[in-house]
Design a protein around this ligand. Structure first.
Ligand code: ATP
Ligand code: MG
Length: 137
């Protein structure tokens, strides 16, 4: 079984969508094997999204990710990385397929309710950044 890292972003936690989004993961066959609610500083958000440091939206993205608590989760299942990306839908909710998290809940291309790892290497890195092995059950 594969594992991937997920964040329920501030726009979603603020609107009390944590449970509705977790249900989408579980309905897709993904098991939540770790979960915690944290509030990132802007510097921590910047570290997490440093691959986007040169993008024009980087500062706005870091402000947003530090604007309210987030829920970090590790999802486990067959092809968990691809399956999660499928359930999330396209980055821009205007392009997201009906029934996906972003189609149903995202407010804009920036405030798009969820993050999901995009490859095995980033999944491993992101899981290790937020969780210790003992927290994955
Ligand atoms: P994520 O990495 O959060 O799972 P993604 O892989 O679909 O999303 P990326 O291209 O990696 O999308 O962008 C990372 C995040 O940066 C997006 O999820 C979104 O919050 C923000 N973002 C991306 N493009 C824009 C944009 N044009 N304007 C504002 N914010 C953006
Ligand atoms: Mg990405």
């Amino acid at each position: 079984l594969e594992r991937t890292f997920s964040i329920i972003k501030p726009d979603a936690t603020k609107r009390n969508l944590t449970g509705a989004i977790a249900k989408k993961f579980e309905d897709a066959g993904l098991r939540i094997v770790a979960s915690k609610r944290i509030h990132l500083s802007k510097a921590q958000a910047g570290e997490f999204y440093k691959v986007h440091a040169e993008r024009p939206f980087y500062d706005e993205l870091c402000e947003f990710m530090a604007s309210a608590p987030i829920v970090c989760q590790v999802l486990e299942g067959e092809n968990a990385i691809a399956k999660n990306r499928e359930v999330m839908g396209a980055t821009n909710p205007a392009d997201a397929e009906a029934g996906t998290i972003r189609a149903e809940f995202a407010e804009s291309v920036g405030e798009n309710s969820v993050h999901g790892s995009d490859a095995p290497e980033t999944a491993a890195e992101e899981i290790a950044y937020f969780f210790s092995g003992l927290e994955l059950v």
